[in-house]
Design a protein around this ligand. Structure first.
Ligand code: TRP
Ligand code: ZN
Length: 463
């Protein structure tokens, strides 16, 4: 029982009897949690009625057969009285579901795994759900044609999540608004590596297989959880303040990536100077086989690149550790808070390293014939198929340059650092951002920037 009022034992006893007498399911009359959190672009992503605190995933994968077995132990808190709740899971076979150690009834419909626990759950109660599952995980194709989820490679696999791919490899509350800590243990045939988020806490061999245990102590959105399985060259070094840096490189990319990966400590140092303290307890990169994915992704601690990245892409994905991974969008509509910032980080890095100034980059986009930039406003993508288009990236970065024009450099850097600090390890939306900017520069009028650049259709009349 999780109510804050303490009852004297005698009263509690009478109450327990009374409850036992009125309900067959432990006394609580819950209702179903619901199949989504009303995301404007992915309405079925995430689920209502609970908040996950921790995922403990135990995975076993054999690349030759593409067979995965998994156990997910999900610790969550009920945010209302629940008779049932949903998890998101696509493909795979569910072998069993238990809640608080008791077998639970469950059924599946599309990506919804609906769990009906033996006893209803009380608002405020922390409960543990254990899902055992198996099968060949799917690759998910987004509305824009990009592929994520489980991506088989020549000698292993790459598991990526943005925006809704993580439900292809573990059941969960797959929406960016519900962040949690993680333990991810992956067992693979001996000789292969399995790299994930956070820090490697244990590695053990048993019967021709190796288990790698990765621990993520800071909150993580499920779309930036990752696993890379295959032959990888693992290297450890240190970044600013002794920060542990671990890189995992596909051997075919060793030569091409050595130079750029050696810049990680300096890039993090530059980013800390501009964005504030690095938000996580380790850093690094995974350079996966070329074509394993069609894009780089800011997976937490250790972004993934399909083949050796260039410096600008590395700067972009590392900047996401502040903007995206630590300060995570409240919904997929707030994607520009990720991509506008990470793109702007590339512009700033160029400015500080002998390239064009951010204003010059802005002017080039404004004057150039990049028609696609004006297709829709950054804060209102036209549909799920367009959340990773250039209005979100480049025009999003242009919004930041407009703010910088208005405030000058000192206040601007206070804003981008203060924003990362204010929502560190949390979530935020666009309205919170504009309010924050206004609070930091109360003597300035941002209304035209919001109206024309952030929310307005078409190309703003003046740069
Ligand atoms: N977030 C990635 C980046 O810019 C790009 C990306 C990969 C993406 N998959 C996506 C964006 C799915 C939106 C949706 O670093
Ligand atoms: Zn990005």
């Amino acid at each position: 029982m999780s109510r804050s009022v303490r009852l004297v034992p005698a009263v509690a006893g009478v109450l327990a009897l009374a409850l036992a007498g009125t309900a067959c399911d432990g006394g609580v009359r819950g209702t179903p949690g619901g199949s989504g959190v009303r995301d404007p672009y992915y309405p079925k992503a995430g689920n209502g009625g609970y908040d996950v605190g921790h995922y403990a995933l135990t995975l076993d994968y054999t690349p030759a057969t593409r067979h995965l077995t998994g156990t997910a132990v999900i610790t969550a808190r009920a945010t209302k009285d629940l008779s049932a709740f949903d998890l998101d899971l696509t493909g795979l076979h569910v072998d069993s579901v238990r809640v608080e150690g008791e077998d639970a009834r469950w059924n599946r419909s599309g990506q919804e795994l609906t769990v009906r626990p033996h006893d209803d759950l009380t608002k405020g109660e922390t409960f543990r759900t254990t899902v055992r599952y198996s099968g060949t995980p799917h690759t998910v194709t987004d509305p824009d044609g990009a592929e994520e989820g489980w991506l088989p490679t020549g000698d292993g696999a790459l598991a990526l999540g943005e925006p809704v791919g993580s439900m292809a490899w573990f059941p969960g509350n797959h929406h960016p608004s519900d962040k949690a800590t993680y333990d991810i243990a992956v067992t693979v045939p001996k000789g292969l590596q399995a790299v994930s988020n956070g820090e490697l806490t244990e590695q053990s061999d048993k019967g021709g297989r190796t288990a790698y245990h990765w621990h993520t102590a800071q909150p993580m959105a499920s779309y930036v959880a990752a696993v890379a399985i295959g032959h990888y060259d693992i290297k450890r070094s240190t970044g600013p303040h002794g920060l542990p840096v671990l890189t995992a490189v596909d051997p075919s990319q060793a030569k091409a990536s050595a130079g750029v990966l050696a810049k990680i400590p300096d890039i993090l140092d530059w980013e800390e100077y501009n964005f504030g303290p690095y938000p996580f307890s380790s850093a690094g990169a995974v350079v996966a086989p070329p074509h394993s994915a069609g894009y780089a992704l800011e997976t937490q601690n250790r972004p993934v690149f399909p083949g050796a990245p260039d410096t600008s892409t590395l700067v972009h994905e590392l900047a996401h550790q502040w903007y995206g991974d630590s300060v995570t969008p409240e919904s997929w509509r707030d994607m520009w808070l990720n991509e506008g910032f990470a793109t702007y980080a590339e512009w700033l890095y160029a400015e500080d390293h002998g390239g064009p100034s951010a204003q010059e980059t802005f002017d080039d986009y404004y004057k150039g014939d990049h028609e696609a930039i004006w297709a829709f406003p950054p804060a209102r993508p036209s549909s799920a198929a367009h959340i990773s288009d250039s209005p979100v990236y480049e025009r999003g970065a242009m919004v930041l340059q407009k703010i910088r024009q208005k405030t000058g450099d000192d206040t601007f850097y206070d804003i981008i650092q203060g924003w990362a600090a204010a929502h560190r390890h949390g979530n935020a939306d666009t309205a919170e951002f504009t309010a924050y900017v206004e609070k930091m520069a109360p003597d300035k009028d941002f209304s035209r920037i919001w109206k024309d650049w952030l929310y307005g259709d078409g190309k703003p009349a003046r740069p």
